[in-house]
Design a binder for this molecule. Sequence first.
Ligand code: NAD
Length: 458
Amino acid sequence: MLNIPHLINSQRTYFTTGKTMPIKVRLQALKKLYKSVKKHEGKIHEALFSDFKKPLYESISSETGIVVRELQLAIKQLEFWARPKKVKGSLLNFPARDYIYYEPYGTTLIIAPWNYPYQLALTPLIGAIAAGNTVVLKPSELTSATSQVLEMIIQEVFSSEHVAVVQGAIPETTELLSQRWDYIFFTGSVFVGKIVAQAAAKHLTPTTLELGGKNPCVVDASVNVSLVTKRIVWGKFLNAGQTCIAPDYILIESSIKTSFLQALEKEIKRAYSSDVEASPDFARIINEKNFDRLAKMLEGESISFGGQTDRDQLYIAPTIIDNPSIDSLVMADEIFGPILPVISYTSKADIERIIDRYEKPLSGYIFSRKRAFTNWFLERFSFGGGAVNDTVIQFVNEALPFGGVGHSGVGSYHGKHTFLTFSHAKAIVKKGNWLDIPIRYAPYKGKNKLLRFVLKWL
Ligand code: NAD
């Protein structure tokens, strides 16, 4: 096995030499990365297909396209992002000018999951490099083809003292986590997120934890059902439901449940044809373990549509479960697959009773034409982010911070937020020497009144 302590030492030494610091060097690295990811785009798409039959369109829209946009933005904006920012000074310090300096943390670790194995590895990496850190990247062991292409790209662009890939599963990740890092960025499950947080706490290492949750999607009777089902079917069955921000379950106002279920079925057939298994636009489940976990959720449930499974092909059809019990397996935890429970409600109290059962989710969605009801949902429930009258789309705007709250995560990223995540904001006051107001210096005798006055009025 690779000598991990040796690798980290070499990165620490490299960082200490200051080689990652000049903005010019960071820009060169990002441009080189851009060239390489463009050059190998075809290989990445092939790898994603071989890992879990990810449709080419979805690979472009949710993997390579996003990485290219993030790179373009970082290359365009880095000089501005990294410049010390002048902030309003305090008269208490007069005469002085106040600034925020952005400094890299140092040697950082990025651990990526399998569901968007390319994009969720490189998007944080772009910000980490832009901010001037070194990086050890641990891609997912479940998407071996994509992880190999990632390693090839990183080796082509960076020296291992700057950025290195460590492949592996639990033993390798455990060893990585036993080391001291200056920052850890983890994307994955809540269960492993807790392991990462514990390991980081030993060294007081700051972390970003991008985790998951059970994302509610509320639909009231004021909506245009056919438009709503289009947007829900797209967001739910993209990547075969293996999306951290996919709607997990639907809460539907009871008066439109029947027409909603019919419209869902119609939309699934329209999008993927009546023979979904043959559709080139529907991905597969990542492995047997996840297939078995999902197939178990179907047992004993009232399936209103779908339900077909093929273990050899790791195929599970887009499946709608009509009013499952709240105590059923499918409502126990994040589903993370192409199964959509639809539960009816008649009052706000019903909605509260269900959403409040779970930890704060990564996303929340509401479809409604009623402003007051929409605002109630947005203010009443805490979740990482979301959308009104759509699903998943909050992800594509780099101006929005992407992250969870509570059990769905700590911290956020995308665009400039990634640069900020990987930078320490250092507060600096530059004091002028032309005036030195004596009130703060001892002896303090006779100055209390003046101090009170100053504190009140400045
Ligand atoms: P996971 O937690 O099983 O694995 C994530 C990473 O942790 C992998 O690199 C894996 O090798 C490593 N790992 C696994 N078990 C470990 C252990 N015991 N000790 C140390 N490291 C370990 O997650 P996953 O199955 O790859 O991804 C699915 C989960 O990730 C879902 O819960 C989903 O919601 C979440 N997710 C969140 C986001 C987000 O942006 N918030 C994005 C994608 C996925």
